[in-house]
Design a protein around this ligand. Structure first.
Ligand code: NAD
Ligand code: ZN
Length: 398
């Protein structure tokens, strides 16, 4: 049962937060006894066709997947120390002898200095146009290594092995790669599709709970924009999802990847339908920006953004109060979000106006019309935006 009217217009209870358990999961990758089922999803963009491989223990078959994807024999793995120390040995065993470049991890290292160190390593290693870069890590690592692959020698092959939930269902698919500039996030980048994506849910066993949850909000987003059944699976099976059973994760990861693959296959450069992936991101990006990307994981800010957009849709009678309540109750049950009670509405509105969602002076927003379907409106007004921001817990009038 999804509906819960009680929540329809309640404020999100954000004040009680910051109680994240740190590591509830083993810091060593669990050993595999069997090869589980593999799902392959096609991505067909104008620039590249490739497969997303999803399955428990896939990494054992890495060489075979690389061969089938048209990779060269020459690989350079790019990862970071924390990720490599947990998952490196398995990848190393599967690949055999390979060159490895370790770079600093985290959003603060997502910049052109890190790119310069990658170029230097690639040159010293004698990498050439036949080299394939294998990016092993979360979204930051994938975006950075991907941008190095897009630009080194005007572009070399790239394989993503995403190790966070967000990277498995979102950032490794679709070819957006890039780094931040001091003056803004993701300002420097390119479209560079990988030749393969290899998503193994076993990597997620070692992910801190907060990171896991941050990725899960993007899966909720896919449910709202494209699949009521995905939304219901998470809503009704939240405990099993948080148990991280690989077979449960494989299923929701595959469905999410299918949705993103379908969207980017139709619109590689985000001129049309790809914009539906921005559901929750108008207010989400603004929350991240006004808190200087320090307080929120991206997915957490998107969770607030989805609630705000859903509220606007409900007030416009586009989205039922039952569906809004269902989204609210799911996000509430997923756990605490960092507080927004000290943020200022006017700062958030300014950040929204600076963001890319204004086309020819009009503010666009993706709004849900039912679970699994959205519409894009271009006549959003400040009053309704303010009201929606207040409902997520930002104080009125600041
Ligand atoms: N290219 C795109 O289309 C796209 C889409 C969405 C987001 N992004 C980008 O993705 C980035 C966020 O990515 P993220 O959420 O994956 O964060 P992240 O890459 O910063 O990873 C989060 C943390 O988890 C650690 N980690 C990674 N894998 C682990 C594992 N298996 N076990 C334990 N720890 C692990 C990392 O070391 C890091 O500390 C942002 O920079 C965002 O801009 C890009
Ligand atoms: Zn996002």
């Amino acid at each position: 049962m999804l509906q819960s009217r009680r929540f329809a217009t309640a404020k999100f209870p954000s004040e009680t937060f910051y109680c994240y358990p740190t590591r509830q999961f083993p810091s060593k990758r669990p050993r595999l006894s069997k090869m589980a089922q593999v799902t392959k999803i096609n991505v067909k963009t104008t620039s590249q066709k490739y497969l997303i491989h999803i399955g428990e223990g896939l990494v054992k078959n890495l060489n075979q997947i690389l061969n089938e994807s048209g990779s060269s024999e020459r690989h350079v793995v790019i990862s970071s120390q924390p990720i490599w120390s947990i998952h490196g040995s398995e990848i190393q065993t599967a690949l055999g002898k390979t060159d490895l470049v370790l770079i600093p991890d985290g959003e603060t290292a997502k910049n052109l200095n890190t790119i310069a160190t990658i170029y230097e390593s690639l040159i010293k290693l004698g990498a050439d146009r036949s080299t394939t870069i294998i990016a092993v890590g979360g979204g930051v690592l994938g975006d950075v290594a991907g941008f190095a692959a897009a630009s080194f020698l005007r572009g070399i092959r790239l394989v993503h092995i995403p190790t966070t939930l967000l990277a498995q269902v979102d950032s490794s698919i679709g070819g957006k790669v890039g780094v931040n500039h001091q003056l803004g996030k993701n300002l420097i980048g390119a479209f560079h599709q990988p030749i393969a994506v290899i998503a193994d849910p076993l990597f997620l066993q070692t992910l801190p709970r907060r990171e896991f949850r941050a990725g899960l909000y993007e899966i909720v987003k896919y449910g709202v924009i494209a699949s009521q059944s995905l939304f219901t699976q998470i809503h009704d099976g939240l405990d099993q999802v948080f148990d991280r059973k690989p077979e449960v994760l494989s299923k929701i990861i595959a469905e999410s990847c299918q949705i993103k693959a379908d969207v980017v296959s139709k619109d590689e450069r985000e001129s049309g339908i790809r914009r539906i992936l921005n559901f929750g991101h108008t207010v989400g990006h603004a929350i991240e920006a006004v808190t200087e990307y320090r307080r929120f994981r991206h997915g957490e800010a998107v969770a607030y953004g989805m609630l705000a957009a859903s509220y606007i849709a409900m007030k416009r009678d586009l989205f039922s109060s039952e569906n809004h309540a269902a989204l609210f109750s799911l996000i509430s049950q997923m756990g605490p979000l960092p507080s927004v009670s000290d943020l200022s509405i006017s700062a958030l509105l300014k950040a929204i106006h600076r963001d890319k969602k204004i086309i020819k002076g009009k503010l666009h927003m993706v709004l849900p019309i039912r679970l699994g379907e959205t519409t894009i409106v271009n006549d959003l007004n400040e009053t309704e935006l303010r009201e929606a921001i207040v409902t997520i817990g930002v104080p009125k009038g600041r």
